[in-house]
Design a protein around this ligand. Structure first.
Ligand code: ZN
Length: 157
């Protein structure tokens, strides 16, 4: 496993749409392992492949309940709203208020090609929406209400 270089806001790759993964190859498994290691190293709750410069539809999330690997995730249900502070490994040292669905259902494949459907609420729903946005070339800063503010490392998502 290796820590990958994280692309920061302003890098054009973060604004591109990622491609579907057709097959889980050994190379994809290495990428997933590296994404997990990079996410933990940066104290993030999620990371999407374009953030390490790879335009593939892969995200990893850990909101404190263990790692979730999502290949080709698709949000199929959104309910309610939540408004709270959100941050991003690609926008270090900053956070801002974003309104997201409070409850989502997402369909995806894991790193073994198994298909899953997962319900997420609150922080997990926020993380799923945030990471899926990365796959469309969208950043949370586009959705921020009232501007960004500085955060210390401990407060970062
Ligand atoms: Zn992000």
């Amino acid at each position: 496993m290796a820590i990958r270089n994280v692309r920061l806001e302003g890098d054009p790759i973060l604004r591109k749409k990622s491609k579907e993964v057709k097959e889980i190859t050994p190379k994809i498994r290495v990428l997933i392992d590296d994404m997990l290691e990079t996410m933990y190293e940066k104290d993030g709750v999620g990371l999407a492949a374009p953030q390490v410069g790879i335009l593939k539809r892969i995200v990893v999330i850990d909101v404190g309940d263990g790692p979730i690997v999502m290949v080709n995730p698709r949000i199929v249900r959104e309910e309610g709203t939540q408004t709270g502070d959100e941050g991003c490994i690609s926008v270090p040292g900053k956070a801002g208020q974003v309104t997201r669905p409070n409850d989502v259902t997402v369909r995806f494949m894991d790193e073994n090609g198994e298909h899953y459907e997962l319900d997420g609420t609150e922080l997990l729903a926020r993380a799923i929406c945030h990471e899926c946005d990365h796959l469309e070339g969208k950043l949370y800063v586009d959705l921020v209400e009232g501007g960004l503010h500085e955060v210390t490392a401990e407060e970062e998502e």
